[in-house]
Ligand binder design. Structure first.
Ligand SMILES: Nc1nc2c(ncn2[C@@H]2O[C@H](COP(=O)(O)OP(=O)(O)OP(=O)(O)O)[C@@H](O)[C@H]2O)c(=O)[nH]1
Ligand SMILES: [Mg+2]
Length: 239
C-alpha cells in the first residue's frame, strides 16, 4: 500500500449513466497501483438515482455517498466531501464524474505527493503531453482565456482543472469560497501546499449524461477571480 492514504471527492448531479463504470474503473486503478484510496461521492439528490447506485456499490468498493438534499453546487460539494473524508487520508482530491478526467494519472498524483517534493498535483491539459480530445474550438478558446485571466495569480497553467490532489495539511485553516465550478482555483490560490506539479492528461468531453455548465458559471468565474485579486491586493484578508 502507498504511504499516502487519500480521498477523492466526486460531486454528482444526474450521473447515473456512467457512475458505476467510473467508480469501478477508479478502484481498479487504485488496486493496480497498490494505492490506499477512497472515493466520496457527493450527490445532490439526483433525480436519476445516482446516489442510490453509489450506496449499493459502497458494500463492495472503498466508496461512500454523501447525500445532500438538493442541487447546491459543485464547489460546495467538493468542500463538504472533504469534510467527510476518513481521518487517515493525508491527501484530498477532486474529480468529475463524466470521464473527462483520466483516472490513469491518479497514481502519478499520489506518487508526487508521497515523494514529499510536492504538496499539490494538478491534472493538466496545458502542459506538454496534455490536451483536449474533442471540444469545439470555441470551448477550447474560452478555457484558454479563463486560464490566462488567472495568470498573475499563479504559474500553474491549468488553473480551471477540476482534477487535483492536495495535501490535507495544506488546507488546514484555509477558507475556501464555494462559488461556482472552479474549486481547483480556490485551492491553487489559497492553500499552503509549497511546490505544485502539473501532470499531463488528455481531457475528453463527456460521453454520457448532460453538462451542468452554463453561462452563469462564466459570471461566477469572473466574480471568483475578482475576489481572489482583491484578496491578493489586500493581503489575504478578503475572501
Ligand atoms: N453535487 C453536485 N455535483 C455537481 C453539481 N453541478 C455539477 N456537478 C458535478 O460536477 C462535475 C462537473 O460537472 P459537468 O457538468 O461535467 O461540468 P463541466 O465539466 O464543466 O462541463 P461538461 O463536461 O461540458 O459537462 C460532474 O461530476 C457533475 O455531475 C451540483 O450542483 N452538485
Ligand atoms: Mg464535465
Amino acid at each position: 500500500m502507498s504511504a499516502l492514504p487519500f480521498t477523492i471527492v466526486v460531486p454528482t448531479y444526474n450521473e447515473a449513466g456512467g457512475i458505476e463504470r467510473l467508480l469501478r474503473g477508479a478502484v481498479d486503478v487504485f488496486r493496480g497501483a497498490a494505492l490506499d484510496g477512497e472515493i466520496v461521492v457527493v450527490d445532490d439528490n439526483s433525480p436519476d438515482g445516482t446516489g442510490e447506485i453509489v450506496d449499493r456499490l459502497a458494500a463492495e468498493l472503498p466508496v461512500r455517498c454523501l447525500h445532500r438534499p438538493g442541487k447546491m453546487g459543485l464547489s460546495s460539494g467538493v468542500i463538504d466531501g472533504w469534510k467527510a473524508a476518513r481521518p487517515e487520508s493525508r491527501a484530498l482530491g477532486a474529480m468529475d464524474a463524466d470521464f473527462s478526467h483520466d483516472i490513469r494519472i491518479i497514481p502519478k498524483m499520489v506518487e508526487a505527493l508521497a515523494s514529499g517534493e510536492y504538496g499539490l498535483a494538478v491534472g493538466s491539459r496545458y502542459v506538454p503531453g496534455g490536451g483536449i480530445a474533442n471540444w469545439p474550438a470555441k470551448r477550447v478558446f474560452t478555457s484558454r482565456v479563463a486560464c490566462m485571466l488567472a495568470r498573475p495569480l499563479t504559474p500553474i497553467a491549468d488553473v480551471t482543472s477540476g482534477f487535483f490532489l492536495v495535501k490535507r495539511e495544506a488546507l488546514e485553516g484555509v477558507e475556501l469560497d464555494p462559488i461556482g465550478f472552479k474549486i481547483g482555483l480556490e485551492v491553487i490560490a489559497k492553500a499552503r501546499y509549497g511546490r505544485a506539479i502539473e501532470i499531463p492528461y488528455v481531457f475528453t468531453d463527456r460521453i454520457v449524461g448532460e453538462s451542468k455548465l452554463n453561462q452563469s458559471e462564466i459570471t461566477n468565474y469572473l466574480k471568483q477571480l475578482s475576489r481572489l485579486y482583491r484578496r491578493r491586493l489586500t493581503g489575504a484578508k478578503a475572501r
